[in-house]
Design a protein around this ligand. Structure first.
Ligand code: FES
Length: 153
């Protein structure tokens, strides 16, 4: 891990120094600012705050908002729940993979995009649905998918 990232982790740990019940907020800050929670980050928090690493690991694994793998700057969630699937969700996913030059879902090597599948976003009537950085895009088509991704830099 780069020295700058370790410095950032230390800076975030400093923010919560001496505060009770700070673990979740501290981990969310690391997730938001570094886009993942590395083994080094967990070790650092464990050592500096005297929290067993197993406990930190369990918290990170429990919360969907936290990731043990690097996430991209932009999170692209393609719905492949039943309603979106029957309306062409897989074609949307294939187009996203093609545009991002990825064989499988995950994070691009430049860490610009993370592509993931979700099961239902609760707005099936708008399907197929894609969410990019929290913004919903309904009635998606493969060409709209490409246009949408081009807008994110
Ligand atoms: S199945 Fe996609 S929003 Fe419900």
């Amino acid at each position: 891990m780069a020295a700058a990232e370790l410095d950032k982790i230390d800076e975030i740990i400093d923010r919560y120094a001496g505060k009770e019940g700070m673990l979740i907020q501290l981990l969310l800050d690391i997730q938001n600012e570094l886009k993942w929670i590395s083994q080094e980050a967990m070790e650092r928090i464990s050592k500096r705050n005297n929290i067993p690493i197993g406990h930190i690991y369990r918290v990170v694994s429990f919360y969907k908002a936290m990731s043990l793998n690097p996430k991209g700057k932009h999170i692209v969630s393609v719905c492949l729940g039943t309603a979106c699937h029957v309306r062409g969700g897989l074609g949307i996913m294939d187009k996203a993979k093609e545009f991002l030059d990825m064989k499988t879902e995950g994070t691009t090597p430049d860490r610009k995009f993370t592509l993931e599948r979700v099961n239902c976003l609760g707005c099936c009537a708008l399907g197929p649905v894609v969410v990019v950085d929290g913004e919903y895009h309904g009635k998606m088509t493969p060409s709209k998918m490409e246009e949408t991704l081009k807008r994110y830099d």
